[in-house]
Design a protein around this ligand. Structure first.
Ligand code: ADP
Ligand code: MG
Length: 426
């Protein structure tokens, strides 16, 4: 960390001014630049800088967890993995990520395309705004990456190289493993449990069927190295306008089970759904908005599945897993199609489990989501969370009941009638 120091607004301007390309992109002189601190994520510092010609976003890894403070140190090298992730997926996802202009490995700074007027999808969902393209765009994104970084589309050496890079992303994997797969199912100081949900926290810890299901997904996360994952693909890592979608914040990248990103995205739509009645608006608006979220969930699932199969079939010719010479003729093509279908359906089964885990960690774990936290009345917040927990537990305990997106949507409505207690089964 020889050159490393935390940059404030003036330091960011100095850094930009020292790079001719970035300086010219902004235009004017340093004194003409407007610098805004927009960090609202959990970990890093982020500035937006505008000059007479253009703007730029500068993200720097801090040597600690931003929301927790200096008492929780964190390796600044995580931004190296974010830069490597963006570079690796760019050929497949095109304009669905911001353009990266420069990575400074000493200062651990990433300069990228400034996204404006895009807003964080979570904020849009809480405000009750609609982003009609987001479900299809994220489905396309996840399908492209899940196919192209797997052995379906490339020689195994390619994935081995990804593993050799992203398996070093240990500081953030420790956070994921602790916060997603361990803390919520044990007693941990990091958990944040509303008093009214104490019986729920105990129920999560004491249910051995549930613990076994969680263990299976924990093992899958650690060992099922299918494809490169974003690793944190929720509504806080997506910036949108009604016409455009961008995925940001790839610092949790990891080679793992493809269903992880799929489940994570759905989990945050589901939490928006359970929180919606407590965000204000009349009954008509709430019902319409929830219907739109249900349509997003169904579209995302279907679109992911369809695009995965469309992309994988031709890609298989250059992949390790399903060599074309083994599947010649019409019969071969049919059997290849069956193998790919079972592969994608396995991803979706995993996604249902990860979906549940991603909800649970956001409801009783350390880093909770604004969808619920903005509900000021504590009983109301606990009620919304309890219903969501009931839904999530059901996905883990009865996975065979959730083989289609329509099954998820039907269950949302059932669990919306649940009370606060974990014994209130619906
Ligand atoms: P963290 O890793 O701390 O969660 P993020 O990458 O999510 O950091 O960024 C934090 C915030 O900075 C985002 O919520 C968003 O408001 C803003 N932001 C991040 N990247 C951009 C960008 N390219 N353009 C505009 N704003 C951005
Ligand atoms: Mg973030």
């Amino acid at each position: 960390m020889s050159q490393y120091r935390v940059l404030d607004a003036a330091g960011v301007s100095d850094w930009l001014a020292a790079d001719p390309r970035l300086r010219d992109g902004l235009g004017g002189a340093r004194a003409d630049w407007r610098v805004r601190d927009v960090a609202d994520g959990n970990l890093n510092s982020v500035f937006l800088i505008d000059g007479p010609h253009g703007g730029v976003c500068v993200k720097q890894a801090l040597p600690y967890v931003r929301v927790a403070g200096e008492s929780w140190p964190l390796d600044v090298d995580r931004v190296r993995f974010e830069a490597a992730y963006f570079a690796r997926v760019a050929p497949f996802v095109g304009k669905l990520i911001p353009t990266v202009y420069r990575f400074d490995p000493e200062l651990r700074v990433l300069a990228m395309e400034k996204l404006e007027p895009h807003i964080i999808l979570r904020k849009g969902l809480i405000a009750g705004d609609r982003y009609p393209k987001v479900a299809a765009d994220v489905a396309e994104y996840v399908a492209q990456v899940a196919v192209h970084t797997s052995d379906l589309a490339a020689p195994f050496e390619t994935r081995a190289k990804d593993i050799s890079i992203f398996s070093q992303n240990l500081a953030l994997q420790r956070i994921s493993v602790d916060l997603v797969f361990l803390d919520p199912f044990t007693v941990s100081e990091r958990n944040k449990i509303l008093p009214a949900l104490a019986p729920w926290a105990a129920a999560l810890r004491d249910d051995l069927d549930l613990q076994c299901a969680v263990a299976r997904f924990r093992i899958a996360y650690l060992t099922k190295a299918q494809s490169l994952l974003h690793g944190d693909l929720h509504s806080g890592s997506i910036m949108s306008t009604p016409g455009e979608t961008k995925v940001i914040d790839g610092e949790f990248a990891w080679v793992g089970p493809s269903g992880f990103d799929v489940g994570n995205f759905i989990a945050h739509l589901v939490m928006a759904w359970f929180a919606k009645p407590f965000h204000g608006g009349d009954a008509r608006h709430v019902a319409d908005y929830r219907e739109a979220l249900e349509a997003d969930i169904v579209e995302f699932w279907r679109r992911f599945r369809a695009r995965f199969l469309e992309i994988a079939a031709p890609a298989a010719a250059s992949g390790e897993a399903l060599p074309a010479s083994h599947f010649a003729g019409a019969g071969g093509a049919r059997r290849l199609g069956e193998l790919l279908t079972s592969y994608v359906d396995d991803i979706l089964r995993d996604a249902v489990g990860f979906l549940a885990l991603k909800m649970i960690r956001r409801i009783v774990g350390f880093a909770q989501v604004a969808d619920f936290l903005v509900i000021a009345d504590e009983t109301a917040q606990a009620t919304a969370k309890a219903r969501a927990l009931g839904f999530a537990r059901s996905l883990l305990i009865e996975p065979k009941a959730y083989l289609q997106p329509g099954d998820l949507v039907a269950a949302l409505k059932r669990f919306d009638a649940a009370g606060l207690a974990p014994s209130d089964r619906v």
